[in-house]
Write a protein that binds this ligand. Structure first.
Ligand SMILES: [Zn+2]
Length: 119
């Protein structure tokens, strides 16, 4: 699967790590789902813009716990599963309804966290 190779190559690249750091700066390093927690990583809400992601559109920044929650329980699994694993069920393709809802919530929190920095 060519797309998967590209994804793994990209996600380990300096370019992505740098971009992810920039995204975390947008919220003052706060998780967009549980804002009292520290944002540890950037989460793709969609993989359609891989390589040219925009913060709060294609990516949000999340804590470890929030990331586990999105790719675990919200994906319909007790343990954390990858997006390709989730997509094996055609009725549960990423992002499913629960994941879309939490992404919307996270974007609102993201805007608030961004604005708070200027107060
Ligand atoms: Zn993710």
């Amino acid at each position: 699967m060519q797309k998967k190779i590209n994804y793994h190559y990209y996600i380990n690249s300096y370019e992505w790590k740098n971009k992810s750091r920039k995204f975390k700066r947008k919220t003052g390093y706060k998780c967009q789902i549980f804002p009292w927690l520290k944002a540890e990583s950037s989460h793709h809400t969609t993989y359609k813009k891989l390589g040219c992601e925009k913060w709060n559109i294609d990516c949000i920044v999340v804590s470890r716990v929030a990331h586990k929650f999105i790719h675990g329980l919200l994906a319909g699994s007790w343990r954390e599963i990858g997006v390709s694993q989730q997509n094996k069920n055609p009725k549960n393709r990423y992002p499913n309804t629960f994941q879309k809802l939490i992404h919307t919530y996270a974007r609102i929190v993201g805007i608030l966290l961004y604005l708070i920095k200027f107060i």
